[in-house]
Design a protein around this ligand. Structure first.
Ligand code: B1M
Length: 218
């Protein structure tokens, strides 16, 4: 195994262990050594978090473990984010994205990665954070004349808020002015279709590609 692969593996392990300092240190070292920021993100930080998520789901890890791992992941993400931005520079805005995690849901890691990938791909991004009410999405879409609205939901109990937001757009008579994309681990293409979303994507890169197609088709 190469030294880089070994380090990426160590980074995933640092996230699994919830070792915030080590996650920051390894990410910083790899960034300085010119390791691909996408590899650091996907193979190190995200991979580690997924392992803990699965353990938590199986009852093999506690919420405190999950919280520490999420913090370790986010600490590394903060280091690698500027590098992701540097590696994709485009000049003119491709479009405007309003994005947030729906009301009642505080999971913001995936949403933040999606926001970053849109930004580095040339979109103007308005990131509303997490636990965002439908009304706030509506106001910001209207204010910014966004082309794309991204609704993230990680809990089966909050997915319904994606549908509520689409219904609110319909009730206001502005549904056709914006393309709605839904995402998050429990979201499937079937769910997206059922609630009248325009599309969904399992990851940030595909979300950007699909958003560009939606804009071109409109
Ligand atoms: Co939570 N959690 N969590 N959690 N957590 C899940 C979602 C869970 C599946 C874990 C499990 O049981 N295996 C489970 C949900 C079960 C369910 O509903 N079916 C769960 C639970 C139960 C909970 C709590 C209820 C636990 C409790 O308190 N008892 C609680 C809920 C709090 C709340 O929101 N009200 C809770 C809390 C937390 C932490 C705070 C500890 C932490 C979040 C920290 C944070 O975000 N700041 C946390 C974490 C980290 C997770 C897991 C492990 C990882 C989520 C994540 O960051 N994934 C998660 C397990 C899992 O998802 N497998 C879990 C990495 C991220 C890169 O992926 O978010 O899917 P993801 O985003 C992807 C794609 O989905 C897509 O692109 C992203 C980037 O590639 N995408 C979009 C996302 N949004 C998009 C929008 C788009 C397009 C694409 O629009 C354009």
């Amino acid at each position: 195994m190469s030294a880089t692969n070994e380090m990426v593996k160590q980074l995933a392990q640092a996230v699994i262990d919830g070792d915030i300092d080590k996650s920051k240190e390894l990410t910083t070292t790899m960034v300085s050594n010119g390791v691909s920021p996408t590899a650091i993100l996907n193979e190190g930080l995200t991979k580690g978090l997924m392992v803990v998520g699965e353990r938590f789901g199986n009852g093999d890890a506690f919420l405190t473990d999950l919280m520490l791992s999420a913090k370790a992941m986010k600490t590394g993400l903060q280091v690698v984010e500027p590098e992701l931005r540097k590696s994709h520079v485009e000049r003119e805005y491709v479009g405007t994205l309003v994005i947030g995690t729906v009301e009642g849901d505080i999971h913001d890691i995936g949403k933040t990665i999606v926001a970053t990938m849109f930004e580095v791909s040339g979109f103007k991004v308005i990131d509303l954070g997490c636990d965002v009410k439908s009304q706030v999405f509506l106001e910001k879409v209207d204010e910014s004349r966004a082309n794309i609205l991204g609704l993230s939901a990680l809990l089966s109990t909050t997915m319904g808020k994606q549908q509520d937001t689409i219904k609110s757009l319909e009730a206001k008579g502005v549904r056709s002015s914006v393309k709605v994309m839904v995402g998050g681990a429990p979201v499937t293409p079937e769910w997206a279709k059922q609630i009248g979303a325009d599309d969904t994507a399992p990851d940030a890169m595909l979300a950007v590609t699909k958003a560009k197609s939606l804009i071109h088709a409109s």
